[in-house]
Design a protein around this ligand. Structure first.
Ligand code: C5P
Length: 208
């Protein structure tokens, strides 16, 4: 068995409320997070699992939670589908239909980029990238901007999405160079590969 690693795993969608009834979100189901959790436990690792939206509802709440937890982990797997924007104003009262024509949004902070600023040399960060065009180039750009060591890049179009329990296409890209392409892979197999790849790369890592 590999050395026991302390993982911080983050999964699922954030929900950005507009009023007590409505919110903005995305199609993330949290299945990838579940498969990653199972793979990590099968390999005997310690896992602190933050599930969105149950344990952190909004992007801002999630940032607060992760800022507190990040210091204690060896590896972060950021599989959360963070909403890129939130309604500019939360209304305590339900907004009347006639006032819903235009909803002003403001950008959410990029959580990984914020955590990357204080990343320790000994820590290992894994992120995801979903793109409709220029998948590998954008994934590499994200890797640099967010100081990621491994990126799981997935193509997304209206017809082909990676959401839910089915097979998906994915590239697992290493910062150190090279990638592995899966034309069609189950989330269980992909999670197992990501965990073993993290173990392998972390075994060669500098200590803090
Ligand atoms: O949204 P984007 O394609 O940049 O997401 C890439 C990675 O960044 C994902 O791992 C996602 O969880 C993370 N992310 C984040 N904060 C955001 C948006 C995305 O940490 N506001």
């Amino acid at each position: 068995m590999p050395k026991r690693i302390k993982f911080l795993l983050v999964s699922g969608p954030t929900r950005e409320p507009l009023d007590p009834v409505r919110y903005l979100t995305n199609h993330s189901t949290g299945v990838m997070g579940q498969r990653l959790f199972e793979a990590l436990r099968r390999r005997g690792h310690a896992v602190d699992w933050v599930r969105c939206p149950e344990e952190a509802g909004t992007a801002l709440e999630l940032l607060g939670v992760l800022r507190r937890k990040i210091r204690g982990c060896d590896a972060l797997i950021m599989a959360a589908a963070v909403c890129d924007a939130r309604p500019a104003r939360f209304s305590k009262d339900k907004i009347k239909k006639r006032a819903l024509g235009v909803i002003r949004l403001v950008k959410n902070p990029d959580i990984l980029a914020a955590l990357a600023k204080k990343k320790k040399r000994s820590q290992f960060f894994v992120g995801f990238a979903l793109e409709s065009k220029g998948l590998l180039k954008h994934a590499r750009d994200k890797m640099d901007a967010k100081r990621l060591d491994l990126v799981i890049a997935q193509p997304v179009t209206v017809k082909k999405t990676p959401f839910g329990g089915g097979n998906l296409e994915a590239y697992v890209i290493r910062r150190s160079g090279g990638h592995k392409h899966f034309a069609s892979v189950s989330k269980k197999a992909l999670a197992g590969f990501v965990v073993r790849e993290t173990e392998k790369l972390l075994a060669r890592w500098p200590s803090s």
